[in-house]
Structure formats: structure tokens, C-alpha cells
Design a protein. Structure first.
Ligand code: GLC
Length: 520
């Protein structure tokens, strides 16, 4: 039943359909030099651990030179590694270590904005006649001295414009004032940004996660928006120019034979918006390879809502497209904390790793980590996202501020369950969250039906979510009891065929928050 080997399939799907991607927030993964900040050698030293878990690719949040106003999402040099993370040689060692293990590396590419310390912006700001002036979006203030338009920036609720006294104009920033927006309507910007992709592809990197990539489509059109759209952060820009730019980015990726992939952070939540950024791959007008769908992440652990979210994602990302599945990342409260129990987090792991799509795991979810409690005097993120960025506890010994396998107190406090959920307490321990993830990844690896088979979602039955995964002769059933009470097994399901349960041996009824996989 689970004995297919990939080589027997008539058509091999591209690697990124078949991969499980593991996001690392490098500051918080593993510190090799005792400065309290995780780094590249720290990651390389843990590759056996990640390989044993069974993930196929790593995505690293930004590692480039940055003043860290937004912890790396403010890039001052796209082609150089920030010394806090290591050196070029450290990156080469990481790439080699991954490739030796058959794993891949994705970097985080931040195309919408640079740091205000980037030499492009420093030049742009130096004079109205600078050859780089038009690389950013500069406008005159309105006659009454107010900003050039009514847009609001993300994070602090301030106008999306900062006035530069030296040249008496304002520049656009959809995020912090330290993150000026590039003007992608300028072909020189587009060419320079394409070169930053080539720089890393030439170095053997396997692809990118593209930060708020839909926003590059604003070009240089910055007309007022209706007030109700401009009062909150203006981050839902969805314009045809973005698609044009992405078609050309795709061509850059296709210059390379090692099939580099780009997954886009398309933070657009309305029907059909995110999938549209995959373009039309069949006609050769492909855009992104994968595009995040954040609606499930914003869905509560509640039967109707979760069923509807899954149905919608699967329908919108039907062939020739392919969905992603992401429940946690460095911007959101961890799903273990949001859902409120370990049992739910275990069932969520089954959903993540058995549905049709490419799963993106956020480091620490395989340990069932909760967010950290961040005292007021330890808050460092301008948008208050520190809790989910807490350092990963490798060992149990330690307190909120130190220990846990970190050679020095790390930059943020540890997650609130660090002492009970450290990696050393879970690896090789039957029944742990880590071993559940490992079992699921092993099952997935051995099962073409789970990796790229069809998925049929049944109508919700009470609180019971059910889907079938099929390919050729292989057939698996997944049941997740999202309800508050135990429920009967469906009459047509053979309990003897259970290959995995989140609650140990199957009993007479499916318990609340239990998830099982059945093969037949
Ligand atoms: C994305 C990143 C987030 C960052 C923002 C601005 O949403 O995930 O961490 O702050 O873009 O770059």
C-alpha cells in the first residue's frame, strides 16, 4: 500500500511540488559563536537533525547586510551576507551540506523595498538630479504641506511618506521609514534586481521566497485611494503590472538548469487573488511557481471554517496550479498558541503534511513550541511579532533568558514551553511532537498519493473532516475530528488500516482533536 517508489511514476512532478519546506528564522535557530544571535554555521551544524526530521528544503529569512530595523527585511546589500550571520564561505558550506544530503536552499528576496542605508537609496536621496533619484518613489508634498497621497504605512499607522529636508521631497515607504519602496517602473531597477537573483543562483542557491512580492506591481502610480482603503496599511495592491514583472522574473529563473523556484508572499486575501500570481504556466506565461495562501492561517480551529478554507484553497489552486499550506511563520502567533492545545497542534500537523500541496513548516512547530512571553522592556520588533521569533530550545536546562543549548543569552526570551519541549526531550522519544512530524514525513515520502495524488474532500460530517488521497492503485483516507466531542468512525472506514494516529492506538470512537491516516 505504501510501497511505491517515485521512479516508477510515468511523470515526475517538479521538485517544489514534492518538497516539504522548513522555514528558519536565522537569528533564532542556533548560535555558533556565542553572540546571542543564530547564524549560518549554527544551521550547518544542525543539518543532520533536519535531515533526520525529513524536510527537503530550507527557506532562510533574510541573511543579507542590514541595519535590522525590520530584522533583515530592510536590505542594505542584496549580494552580501550580514556579518552577524556569517561569511560567504559559511553560506557555501551550508549549500554544500544541504546538497550533499539531497536538500535545497531558498533565500528570502525582498524586492519591494530596500534599507534606507542601501547605497542606491543614499545616492537617490543625495540630490534631485541623482541618476538614482527615480529608483525610488519621490513626490512633492501637497501645497498644504501634507504628504503626497493619503496612504498609510504598515506597522506604526503613520503616513507612507517621509519628507527629506535636503531635497525637499517625500519618499514612499509602505513599511517603516527605514524601508523606502523601490520604483519597479524604472527598467534600471528591474535589471538590477534581476541581477541580485542571478548572483545567488550562480552561487548554487535553489530558489527564493519573495517578500510581499505583489507590491512591486504598484510601479510608480501613487494616486490617492478611497479613504477606507488608505486608513489602514496599504498592502493589498493588486495591479496588472505586478504580473508583467513576475513573468520576466520567471524568465530569469528559467535561465538556470537546476530548476530554481520562487514562492511568493502574496498577501492578498480575496478570492482568486493569490493564485493569479502563478500566471498561466501551461501557455508559457508562468509567474511564481508557488504563491502563499494565508487564508487558512487566519482561520480558527473550528469545523465549518476549516473545512471551507481547505475547500476554497483546493478549488482555487486546482490543476494546473498547486497550493501551499502554511499555518505559522515569523509574522504570526504560532498555531500551537493560537489553537490552544497540543492535541490540536498534532492534528494540524496531519493536515499540513497529508493534503495536496507544498507544506511550509516554521522552525519549532515540529517541537510544538509556543510563542514566548515578551516583557515590555524586551520588545524589539516594530510590529510586536517577537513572540513567534523566540529562539529554539535545543536542551531542557535553562530559564526564560538563558541556557537551552545557547552558548550565551539569546536576543529574545525562550518560548514559554522551552523546558518541556526542547529538542533533546523529543528526538527519538515515542509519542513526541518531533516524532509525529518525522512519522508524517516518512509516510509522505513513501506515498506518491500523499505527495502528488488527487485530493477529494468530503462534505463535513458533524465535526469530522475527511479527505481521500489517491494515485494509481494507492488510496489513503485522512480523518480529523475538529469537533469538541468524540465521534463515530465512518462506517466504510476500516479501523484495522490505520497507519498513523495523533493519539496512539485507535479506540472505539474518534476523539476530539484526533487525526488519523488510514491506508487500504
Ligand atoms: C513581509 C515579511 C515581514 C516584513 C514585511 C516587510 O510581510 O514577512 O516580516 O516585516 O514583509 O518586509
Amino acid at each position: 500500500m505504501l510501497s511505491h517508489v517515485p521512479g516508477q511514476l510515468a511523470t515526475d512532478p517538479p521538485w517544489w511540488r514534492d518538497a516539504v519546506v522548513y522555514q528558519i528564522y536565522p537569528r533564532s535557530f542556533a548560535d555558533s559563536n556565542g553572540d546571542g544571535v543564530g547564524d549560518l554555521p549554527g544551521i550547518t551544524a544542525r543539518l543532520d537533525h533536519l535531515h533526520a526530521l525529513g524536510v527537503d528544503a530550507l527557506w532562510l529569512s533574510p541573511i543579507f547586510v542590514s541595519p535590522m530595523a525590520d530584522f533583515g527585511y530592510d536590505v542594505a546589500d542584496y549580494c552580501a551576507i550580514d556579518p552577524v550571520f556569517g561569511t560567504d564561505a559559511d553560506l557555501d558550506a551550508l549549500v554544500a551540506g544541504l546538497h550533499d544530503r539531497g536538500m535545497r536552499l531558498l533565500l528570502d528576496w525582498v524586492p519591494n523595498h530596500t534599507s534606507d542605508q542601501h547605497r542606491w537609496f543614499v545616492e537617490s536621496r543625495s540630490s534631485r538630479d541623482s541618476p538614482k533619484r527615480d529608483w525610488y518613489v519621490w513626490r512633492d508634498r501637497r501645497p498644504d504641506g501634507s504628504p503626497p497621497n493619503n496612504w498609510t504605512a504598515a506597522f506604526k499607522g503613520v503616513p507612507a511618506w517621509t519628507h527629506d529636508e535636503g531635497t525637499d521631497q517625500s519618499y514612499l515607504h509602505l513599511f517603516l521609514p527605514e524601508q523606502p519602496d523601490l520604483n519597479w517602473a524604472n527598467p534600471e531597477v528591474e535589471a538590477a534586481m534581476h541581477d541580485t537573483l542571478r548572483h545567488w543562483l550562480d552561487r548554487g542557491v535553489d530558489g527564493f521566497r519573495a517578500d510581499v512580492v505583489h507590491l512591486i506591481g504598484k510601479g510608480s502610480d501613487v494616486e490617492d485611494l478611497p479613504d477606507h482603503l488608505a486608513k489602514g496599511p496599504v498592502i493589498a495592491i493588486d495591479r496588472p503590472f505586478g504580473h508583467e514583472l513576475l513573468r520576466r522574473i520567471r524568465l530569469v529563473l528559467e535561465e538556470y538548469e537546476h530548476e530554481p523556484m520562487m514562492v511568493g508572499e502574496v498577501y492578498l486575501l480575496r478570492e482568486g487573488q493569490s493564485v493569479a500570481y502563478l500566471g498561466d504556466p501551461l501557455s508559457g506565461d508562468g509567474e511564481l511557481h508557488l504563491s502563499f495562501d494565508f487564508r487558512p492561517l487566519h482561520t480558527p480551529w473550528e469545523p465549518e471554517a476549516m473545512h471551507a478554507a481547505i475547500a476554497r484553497t483546493q478549488a482555487e489552486f486546482a490543476e494546473p496550479h498547486w497550493p501551499t499550506w502554511v499555518l505559522s511563520n515569523h509574522d504570526q502567533v504560532r498555531h500551537r498558541t493560537r489553537y490552544g492545545s497540543e492535541a490540536r497542534a498534532r492534528a494540524a500537523a496531519v493536515l499540513s503534511l497529508t493534503m495536496r500541496g507544498t507544506p511550509f513548516l516554521y522552525h519549532g512547530e515540529e517541537l510544538g513550541l509556543e510563542d514566548a512571553d515578551i516583557p515590555d522592556d524586551r520588545v524589539v520588533d516594530p510590529a510586536g511579532r517577537d513572540g513567534c521569533r523566540a529562539p529554539l530550545p535545543w536542551t531542557a536546562g535553562g530559564d526564560a533568558e538563558s541556557g537551552h543549548g545557547w552558548p550565551a543569552p539569546p536576543w529574545l526570551p525562550f518560548p514559554r514551553n522551552a523546558s518541556t519541549h526542547a529538542a533533546e526531550l523529543q528526538v527519538g522519544v515515542e509519542g513526541s511532537m518531533f516524532e509525529l512530524y518525522r512519522d508524517l514525513l516518512t509516510l509522505r515520502r513513501s506515498s506518491p498519493a500523499l505527495r502528488w495524488g488527487a485530493m477529494d474532500l468530503a462534505p463535513l460530517a458533524g465535526g469530522l473532516l475527511r479527505y481521500e488521497r489517491t494515485l494509481d492503485g494507492e488510496h489513503l483516507t485522512v480523518l480529523v475530528n475538529l469537533g469538541d466531542a468524540a465521534t463515530d468512525w465512518p462506517a466504510d472506514v476500516d479501523r484495522g488500516g490505520v497507519v498513523l494516529s495523533t493519539m496512539g492506538a485507535a479506540v472505539d470512537a474518534l476523539r476530539a482533536d484526533e487525526a488519523v491516516v488510514i491506508g487500504r
